[in-house]
Write a protein that binds this ligand. Structure first.
Ligand SMILES: C[S@@+](CC[C@H](N)C(=O)[O-])C[C@H]1O[C@@H](n2cnc3c(N)ncnc32)[C@H](O)[C@@H]1O
Length: 292
């Protein structure tokens, strides 16, 4: 297949958007790294190219080089396009009860610890929340803890840079197949099945949705617009896209929003080893306690 031509599914239609040169790629990948911290190594060139096709078609732009200039130098319209571009560039893979050991730890260790300290209504932040599965997993776990009178209430904040993914999170409607990862006891209590229209979907119960707040937030910002009183922060499978220095800066800023005695959870393939972040005690390989 000619590398300069894009094929759309079920059709022989071919549209030529010109060459996505190394220069275009480097210009754009440096811009994305600078603005959003996301690293796009050379091997991601073709992935980026194929993901951008959609945007070129929507905008009626005929060349990649023109698109790169439009995003980077295009004034207000270009800034609006940055939001659209980051939607297609970011990797949003997520699941309910992903890395399940963290939720067992919440139940077995964190809640008893909070009970001992008199924290009855913990405030949680999922930074890089994607389409909301992590946020609603925390809600299900904490709603159950409220039912058992181990907590009184809870609030869960979710933030992300992708607008389209945040809209999905707010809707809280998921294909039925995705709900299979949810343990039975939660699934039966906290999901509504869609009625009629043949779609196999579930929606998170309103009681849980009412405990959530979703906001657009770039972790590369100098300061975060959220309050500095979180009891728990999840930042999982998001740091992995940043380089070491950016990871350290992001974690340091996140910690300003975590109360002393609060917990930080990172993804199982992430590490803060050798980052020398003060006042952070490692409890498990991917779980940290803020000491003061
Ligand atoms: C792979 S998902 C992880 C979702 C969830 N935390 C989990 O572990 O399943 C990573 C998310 O981080 C978001 N992200 C990437 N760079 C970001 C940035 N600079 N600021 C905020 N969110 C970012 C992406 O849009 C994406 O939704």
């Amino acid at each position: 297949m000619d590398d300069n031509k894009e094929y759309i599914s079920n059709s022989n239609f071919v549209q030529d958007f010109g060459n996505f040169t190394d220069r275009d790629f480097h210009k754009l990948s440096h811009f994305i790294f600078h603005e959003f911290g996301i690293q796009l190594p050379d091997k991601k060139k073709f992935l980026l190219k194929s993901r951008l096709v959609k945007r070129l078609k929507i905008l009626g732009i005929s060349k990649y080089s023109e698109y790169v200039n439009y995003v980077m130098e295009g004034g207000t319209k270009g800034s609006e396009e940055v939001i659209e571009m980051i939607d297609v560039v970011s990797t949003n893979k997520t699941d309910f009860f992903r890395e399940n050991a963290h939720f067992d730890f919440l139940i077995d260790k964190v809640v008893p610890d909070f009970m001992g300290k008199g924290i009855k209504s913990p405030k949680v932040w999922s930074a890089g929340c994607s389409s909301g599965e992590e946020v609603y997993t925390i809600c299900m776990v904490f709603e159950e803890e409220c039912r058992l009178n181990r907590l009184r209430d809870y609030q869960v904040y979710g933030s992300d840079i992708s607008v389209s993914i945040l809209k999905k999170a707010v809707k809280a409607i998921y294909p039925f197949s995705r709900a299979e990862q949810i343990p039975d006891r939660y699934r039966k209590r906290y999901l509504l099945k869609s009625k009629g229209d043949g779609k196999q979907e579930v929606r998170i119960l309103k009681t849980l949705r009412d405990k959530t707040h979703f906001i657009w937030l770039n972790l590369m910002d100098d300061q975060y617009i959220l309050a500095k009183n979180f009891d728990i922060i999840f930042c999982r499978n998001t740091l992995i896209y940043f380089d070491r220095e950016t990871q350290k800066q992001v974690v340091s800023k996140l910690l300003e929003h975590l109360k002393p005695g609060g917990y930080l959870f990172i993804g199982h393939s992430e590490s803060l080893l050798n980052h020398n972040i003060p006042n952070l005690q490692q409890i498990k390989p991917t779980i940290y306690l803020k000491i003061k």
